[in-house]
Design a binder for this molecule. Structure first.
Ligand code: HXC
Length: 517
């Protein structure tokens, strides 16, 4: 029996209403601001012709404030699956042109269905957030609906990569769904993220503030550390999603997309010999080292604006996807502080979950001394570094370039934290503390009696450095696997990684460890 014209026309009529979203005028207003509509974001995300929508005909169930008869196409969110670089991916995109993208029960049901699909199929989930938050007219039902989204974000955490894009307002509790996901990308203009807006803050605390001061992408990236990337616009946000996905496996049971060639022949790179100044106090940009180590210099830095004293991000070495963690001597001398510890520890855990080997580049003078740090809990935060490295079972390779002092030496994945290979450069200094500090304590008396205190301190520090901080001392005690020339680093890491691809390390079963939070 053929479908009658009337039935076919009715389907097309319904489709047209749903596809129009909030209408042409609102779409044009977005275009005038150089923004995409919710549907355009998904079109940009997925390869052409691969998007399959779930719930186009969804009907809202908002029953109060005269909303029953109102059309809310798709209930304000577009959900479905498609392909990115040939791999299946699930996504939702909130449509601000439809009731402000506010989240009602059916809207949330669509998102939950997409999240459930991602979990069952083992595919990454991308969420474009652009919403006024809980639909006020649905009251507590809308709050519960948010709770159901959060619950699923947590169930999926560690199972499939979850990426959030903040492409508009993200108000109140709504910000907690992105916060529960692995990576958050926020557009520089037109996006805000906050729990209590300026008016609520003023009413409750009397403090005057502005949205720029609390909710802008700039602040979320550099001060709050709530987001991982700033995108210049929607198209850039989608490009960042593509770039991130290019390093990530579809789920925790799969390997990331390595690009391994059968032959492994990596030549020495003499440029590395000159990148790091021998003077342990002279700063250098650790990103320059990472770019020499990564295949084709391709490095995707994560959280570049936050805690810049540590650098994290993805690249490949010899085709194998790795997560880099590196001290940044240009900022706070590369010392570890609270924010740097939080940033690195979460990244290490992400890499471990998704089978991404870790390459740690060390030049660290220690944990940052300071009243502020002690009082805010550097002990608890620094411990996250120890916890995350020690609990990670992926291949772990550590390169000690210069200073590796004290607790920070251990926190940067020393052999005791389960590093599979620790490579040291001849310039490495591995010790309880820096030479100058150590001689001040060890030789207090001699220094106080010395005629030229400065010259004596220098002489003693040199002695200490040569005798107690030498990489050969650590190599002699087998804390360092090998001392190598900087130029040999890329090939040494690539070879070691290749040999570690079959690494399996089992731990006693437990619900989960109790990481200090
Ligand atoms: C219902 C909403 C809405 C909401 C916006 N709209 N937010 N409808 N529930 N939460 C509707 C508006 O009524 C309007 O409908 C349309 O969306 C566009 O909104 P405008 O205000 O005209 O847009 P704009 O000027 O750009 O302002 C955007 C905004 C503002 C800053 C997001 O709308 C706003 O402050 N909304 C409320 C934000 C909020 O406080 N949400 C609750 C957060 S608490 P029409 O029909 O005129 O087009 C929360 C709890 C989550 O979310 C808890 C989880 C545990």
């Amino acid at each position: 029996m053929a479908i009658s014209k009337a039935l076919a026309d009715e389907l097309e009529r319904r489709r047209a209403v749903a596809l129009a979203g909030g209408g042409e005028k609102k779409a044009e207003a977005r275009h005038a601001e150089a923004r995409m509509t919710a549907r355009e974001r998904l079109e940009a995300l997925f390869s052409p012709g691969t998007f399959q929508e779930f719930g186009l005909h969804a009907r809202h169930n908002t029953r109060h404030f005269g909303m029953e008869s109102r059309e809310i196409p798709g209930d304000g969110v577009i959900t479905g699956t498609g392909f990115v670089d040939g791999r299946p991916v699930a996504a939702f995109s909130q449509d601000f042109t439809v009731s402000g993208g506010s989240l009602g029960e059916i809207h949330a049901k669509k998102i939950c269905h997409t999240l459930d699909h991602a979990g069952k199929a083992g595919v990454p989930i991308i969420g474009f957030n652009d919403s006024g938050g809980a639909r006020i007219q649905e009251g507590v039902g809308a709050l519960s609906a948010y709770g159901q989204v959060f619950y699923r974000n947590v169930q999926l955490s560690g199972v499939v990569p979850q990426i959030s894009v903040i492409a508009g307002p993200c108000a109140g509790g709504a910000a907690y769904s992105p916060a529960l996901t692995d990576f958050t990308i926020m557009t520089r203009e037109h996006a805000q993220m906050f729990i209590c807006g300026p008016e609520v803050i003023r009413a409750v605390t009397g403090q005057a503030t502005s949205m720029d001061e609390i909710g802008s992408a700039e602040v979320q990236a550099s001060v709050a550390g709530n987001i991982h990337f700033i995108a210049e616009d929607d198209a850039h946000a989608v490009a960042l999603v593509h770039r991130l996905l290019s390093f990530l496996p579809s789920n925790n049971m799969m390997d990331p997309p390595h690009r391994i060639e059968p032959e492994l022949a990596i030549a020495d790179d003499p440029v590395l010999d000159d990148l790091v100044p021998e003077d342990p106090k002279a700063p250098f940009d650790c990103r320059k080292v990472i770019e020499r180590l990564a295949d084709e210099g391709d490095f995707l830095e994560v959280m570049a604006e936050f805690a810049a004293n540590i650098v994290i991000g993805f690249g490949r070495i010899g085709g194998i996807v790795v997560g880099f963690v590196a001290n940044q001597p240009m900022v706070k001398a590369g010392a570890l502080d609270i924010d740097a510890s939080d940033k690195a520890a979460r990244f290490v855990r992400f890499c471990n979950i998704f089978n991404i080997p870790l390459v740690t580049l060390v030049d660290v003078p220690g944990f940052l001394p300071g009243v502020h740090e002690e009082r805010r809990g550097i002990i608890r935060h620094g411990a996250k570094m120890l916890f995350s490295y020690a609990s990670s079972t992926v291949p772990k390779i550590t390169v000690i370039m210069r200073k590796a002092y004290g607790g920070a030496y251990i926190a940067m994945c020393s052999q005791d934290m389960g590093a599979d290979r620790v490579l040291a450069w001849p310039s490495a200094e591995i010790a309880v503390m820096g030479a100058e500090g150590a001689v001040n304590i060890l030789y207090r008396k001699e220094l106080s009696e010395a005629e030229d205190k400065r010259a004596k301190a220098k002489e003693l520090a040199e002695e200490y450095r040569a005798e107690f901080a030498s990489p050969y001392l650590s190599a002699g005690m087998l804390f360092v696997s090998d001392v190598i020339q900087p130029r040999q680093t890329r090939s040494a890491i690539a070879l070691a990684l290749r040999g570690l691809m079959s690494k399996r390390e089992t731990r006693p079963p437990k619900k989960h460890g109790n990481i200090p939070l």
